[in-house]
Design a protein around this ligand. Sequence first.
Ligand SMILES: *[C@@H]1O[C@H](CO)[C@@H](O)[C@H](O)[C@H]1NC(C)=O
Ligand SMILES: *[C@@H]1O[C@H](CO)[C@@H](O)[C@H](O)[C@H]1NC(C)=O
Ligand SMILES: *[C@@H]1O[C@H](CO)[C@@H](O)[C@H](O)[C@H]1NC(C)=O
Ligand SMILES: *[C@@H]1O[C@H](CO)[C@@H](O)[C@H](O)[C@H]1NC(C)=O
Ligand SMILES: *[C@@H]1O[C@H](CO)[C@@H](O)[C@H](O)[C@H]1NC(C)=O
Length: 492
Amino acid sequence: MATSGGGGGGGIFVAALWWICLMWGWAHVTPQTHNCPSRSDLAPCVCTVKKNGLDILCELTDQQHISRAMSKLKTSNEVIFYLKLRHNNLPKLQDFLFLGLNIHHLTIHNSSLAVVEESSLNSLGNQLTQLDLSQNGLISVPSTAIHNLHHLLLLNLNHNRITAIHNRSFDGLDTLEILTLYGNKIMSVESDAFKGLDKNYSVFCVQVRQFPYLTANETQSTVAMCRILIHMILPTGLEGLDSLILGHNQLKEVPARVFSHLNLLNSLELDGNQINHIHSEAFFGLEENLQYLRLGDNNIHSIPSEALRRLHRLRHLDLRSNNISSIPEDAFTGFGDTITFLNLQKNDIKVLPSLAFENLNSLETLHLQNNKLKHIPEEIMEPIVDTLRNIDIMDNPLVCDCGLRWYRDWLKSLRNKDDDVMLKKRTLCTMVSEHREYKVQELPVERMNCVGKNLEQTSANEATVPRGYCTVAVATAVSTLAVATFSSYRCM
Ligand SMILES: *[C@@H]1O[C@H](CO)[C@@H](O)[C@H](O)[C@H]1NC(C)=O
Ligand SMILES: *[C@@H]1O[C@H](CO)[C@@H](O)[C@H](O)[C@H]1NC(C)=O
Ligand SMILES: *[C@@H]1O[C@H](CO)[C@@H](O)[C@H](O)[C@H]1NC(C)=O
Ligand SMILES: *[C@@H]1O[C@H](CO)[C@@H](O)[C@H](O)[C@H]1NC(C)=O
Ligand SMILES: *[C@@H]1O[C@H](CO)[C@@H](O)[C@H](O)[C@H]1NC(C)=O
């Protein structure tokens, strides 16, 4: 570079470089100075200087005093980094109140705000990044007033009296990252409510059946709360929550301890997301009460045993339509004891190790249909045979082998039972030697050379299997009921 150049030329260059560096450093080190208007001019509001601009706080005052303070600020021409209006009597935010002000974060909290006039916030469109209107009297989203806040990142409408989120309520907020609407009285969310915000955000709709701070009347009607967030951080104040529905969002992971204060949560729906990672501490805090967990229609690659182990009350585990390709022998160790319903249908499971179901001592319903299973040997069913009432293994590439006789015998025992169960008689297996398929209940055992251990088990099975499997209709009804109960409080 230039340092290789000789004599005076190099010296001049170095001097110039030094000068440039000095100027550059000076410009960057010297803080921008801000100045507050005089105390008496601004009273009752108070002003402090922050690194990025002024911090103005107006408390326990009214419309008139606030307008006066805003006029004074206009003449100062300063960046107002925070404008905080709290505990005031400010029922209406008037048009042009902030005209001529450069405000970055605006808070109007606990100030009886009920009306936000159409042109009250317009002038802040190029600067405002945070708007907090929490704890006021808004009965709807002030859409017309906020629609040109094109730099807004956060909108907080918590604890107002909003009853409905209408179509396109947030139109124009194309930079918004966080929207919170907790503690409102939202009863309906129109289907295009969040249209215009359809970027990278996840819409969180939380329905609450029990909410400790609501009166009985309000509790009876379902309170719906929706939120849009990139990260899943649930609010405090929901300690009494009984059921949480986060289904059909765009969650990609379940991070550690996100539900940690929801100790009373009984059911959790996370189905229909894009979850591919569940942290081992994801369900921390749910140990005592969680019974229903839905994780279907995600992108989960293995049974999240580490995360599930703490859930020692779990009864209903739904992992359908994921990308689970194998089940380790210890998959259900430590938490399988209480599970009565397990759905693994529509996965990619190819092999079941013989001890896979060893810990599922209460299992009644097992869905294994639509996998890649070629063999479902008798040993694997042994630990669950006493409690199991309903099993579905349809639509697997099953090979007709002696190991399948347990299923043939079970189906035989079901003759003339409930229609839904009879459908399962269409379960097919392929007889490789004959290049053809058989219905499993028509397995030609006599031609299959089943010998030794299997032969002895045949007689044992014929005696015991029918007894263990014969109350399928009841179990089906129970599981249908569980599904119906779930879908009856689906969001939106
Ligand atoms: C809300 O503001 C009022 C004054 O308008 C005040 O008396 C009250 O304590 C405030 N409430 C809370 C929860 O801060
Ligand atoms: C909201 O949008 C949906 C979908 O476009 C539409 O079907 C519905 O009628 C709209 N609701 C209202 C109240 O306009
Ligand atoms: C969504 O996120 C991805 C990666 O985080 C980013 O590349 C993309 O630009 C984002 N899209 C929008 C519309 O913000
Ligand atoms: C309770 O709710 C009903 C409608 O669901 C309403 O008519 C009634 O006025 C409410 N009662 C109180 C005390 O708010
Ligand atoms: C499922 O997992 C396999 C590897 O285990 C991967 O190759 C495949 O792309 C995955 N499918 C989806 C839809 O993610």
